[in-house]
Design a protein around this ligand. Structure first.
Ligand code: TEU
Length: 558
């Protein structure tokens, strides 16, 4: 693998709506991000990914873009964006925006023109098909529920939306569409952006001709999930090669793909030395236990499942490229609530999880609030939920026969709103996020969990994350932490997550007790040095044996 400038960095995801509000609107803004750059720099962050802040009707919280060339007024304006870029640059930080080009908003002018004349030039920007026997052109289900087709009023035609009906899919088969997209990307890169996180990108290639791809239904609703179609959609690579050559490659931009459903043999094409993207996310843990039937039917993930998922990815990627690691993002429950059993959740356990993420091979992305240990929200009713995906999943659970209480209990854990509530800056009103009324409720736990209480505490979770970012950059260890081969250690031992990171000159051993009960671990050789520990002591039973406390995470040099 060729070495790249970003390999040793630390990345951070901001969900702008919920980060920091400087105007009292109840919605976070770009100035709010600029104001917190020093906080992020201090944490050790280099690369910042902003979830979408373009103009949007917010049907899917900004992932429905109505103008790619402007900032939505709720976040500020282009001057604020330029200021953010300049201030980041001063601090040697890099800004990524979210590239959402599988679809746009139904309020984008392309789509409005397409609706005026579905057979005209702009109709070809989208996938528009005739209905079949008074029904949709085929039986694909939208990711957000129901048919992936919406009827165009006054016609027998339908347009395709793999996501919400306010997110019509752009027709990548149309060269004009691709060119419009490339022009827009280059425009942004010329403005000083370092690159993009690339949304839902695998979906840009459809199985064609679309109307021939009907499948046996996988639920009683008669539809079939989109993943099925993606298996038959051949040729995404041609689009991605062109995309890269026309845009990213010209600017040496950093890109990280949100890639699901890739074929394993294609990984080198995605993130190899000349891959379509610089990196892509490891979702192996987040998709574990997902059920075709919906969230209510998900299988919980155990510590040993988690470990296996991580190791599988490490093994699969090897030296092909650099994966990006997460424990959560804006589509996921909070990692500490999802991966650690509720009755075992503690500061130590949170430090444990962060240590595992940072020590696996990959570019670590911290999601806002992760560094202070924000947890799932104790939502008490569907009225508190904004997310369209949770609303759909609630309906799915009810249709499957669950009572309203059962359905709510089943979906609240997975709700995307768990990670979308306002950042908890301090213990003042609204957690210091806004002086107005927050657009989404502040988690009631903000007095217990907030940044202010942790900043000056050397033992806080926040301080632990600072140690992890510092270790990644420490000249003594950086080569091993960034490039060392991951070798699982005693993988068969239950609730032990242990692995070596190995280079020619150094071996680091990471030992994690993924459970509340102490356990004693034999070392492969003597410990030369304790590098990082999330509890006070290291209990050496002998020269080559260590007794780990519950959720102890220890990095030693051997
Ligand atoms: O997500 C794409 C996606 O496929 C999954 O996130 C998942 O299907 C979805 O979250 C349902 O729970 C990306 C964005 O990350 C997400 O926020 C957007 O809603 C989606 O694309 C559409 O742009």
């Amino acid at each position: 693998m060729k070495k790249k400038w970003w390999h040793g960095k630390v990345a951070y995801q901001i969900y702008p709506k919920s980060f920091n509000d400087t105007t009292g609107s109840g919605i976070g803004d770009l100035r709010g991000i600029t104001e917190k750059l020093d906080y992020l720099k201090d944490l050790g962050v280099d690369i910042i990914w902003l979830s979408p802040c373009y103009c949007s009707p917010f049907a899917d919280q900004g992932y429905d873009i109505s103008d790619y060339y402007n900032i939505d007024p709720v976040f500020g304006n282009m001057d604020d964006m330029d200021e953010l870029l300049a201030e980041a640059k001063k601090r040697d930080m890099y800004i990524l925006m979210d590239l959402v080009v599988n679809h746009c908003s139904d309020e984008h002018e392309w789509f409005k023109k397409a609706m005026e004349d579905p057979d005209g030039e702009y109709g070809k920007y989208f996938y528009i098909e005739e209905g079949k026997d008074g029904k949709e052109p085929n039986n694909w289900r939208s990711y957000f529920g129901g048919s992936a087709w919406e009827k165009i009023p006054g016609t027998n035609k339908y347009y395709l939306h793999l996501f919400h009906k306010k997110q019509p899919d752009l027709n990548w088969e149309n060269k004009k569409v691709r060119e419009e997209i490339y022009t827009m990307i280059n425009w942004w890169l010329e403005r000083g952006l370092a690159g993009f996180r690339i949304d839902a990108i695998i979906n840009i290639k459809k199985a064609l001709p679309i109307i021939d791809y009907c499948y046996p239904p996988d639920r009683e609703d008669g539809f079939v999930e989109t993943h099925r179609m993606l298996k038959d959609a051949i040729g995404v690579g041609d689009f991605l090669t062109e995309l890269k050559n026309e845009t990213f490659a010209k600017h040496d931009a950093f890109t990280v793909g949100e890639v699901f459903d890739e074929r394993e043999e294609d990984i080198p094409l995605f993130i190899g030395d000349d891959g379509y993207f610089s990196s892509m996310f490891d979702f192996n843990e987040t998709i574990f236990g997902k059920s075709k039937n919906g969230w209510y039917d998900c299988k919980p993930i155990t510590p040993d499942d988690y470990k296996r998922c991580c190791f599988e990815t490490q093994e699969k990627i090897g030296d092909i490229g650099m994966i990006s690691t997460i424990i959560e993002n804006h589509d996921e429950p909070r990692g500490v609530s999802h991966y650690i059993p509720a009755d075992e959740l503690s500061e130590t356990a949170k430090k444990f999880l962060g240590t595992m993420q940072f020590m696996l091979r990959g570019l670590p992305f911290i999601y806002q609030g992760q560094e202070i240990g924000m947890e799932n929200v104790n939502f008490t009713s569907m009225d508190q939920i904004d997310d369209i995906s949770t609303r759909d999943q609630y309906k799915v659970a009810i249709e499957a026969g669950l009572s309203p209480e059962e359905a709510f209990a089943a979906v609240k854990h997975y709700s995307r709103d768990n990670s979308r509530t306002p950042f908890q800056w301090d213990d003042s009103k609204n957690a210091g996020f806004t002086t107005g009324t927050p657009w989404l409720m502040v988690s009631p736990d903000y007095k217990r969990i907030n940044a202010a209480s942790q900043i000056n505490d050397p033992n806080s979770l926040l301080s632990h994350y600072k140690k992890l970012t510092a270790l990644r950059k420490d000249p003594e260890y950086t080569e091993t932490v960034v490039y060392g081969k991951t070798v699982p250690y005693l993988p068969e031992v239950e609730k032990l997550m242990a692995f070596k990171r190995v280079t020619d000159n150094q071996t680091l051993l990471v030992l994690g007790n993924f459970g509340i009960k102490p356990q004693t671990v034999k070392l492969p050789s003597k410990c030369k040095k304790v590098v990082l520990n999330n509890v006070e002591n290291v209990d050496f039973v002998s020269d080559t044996e260590i007794r780990l406390e519950g959720y102890q995470a220890l990095i030693i040099e051997i």
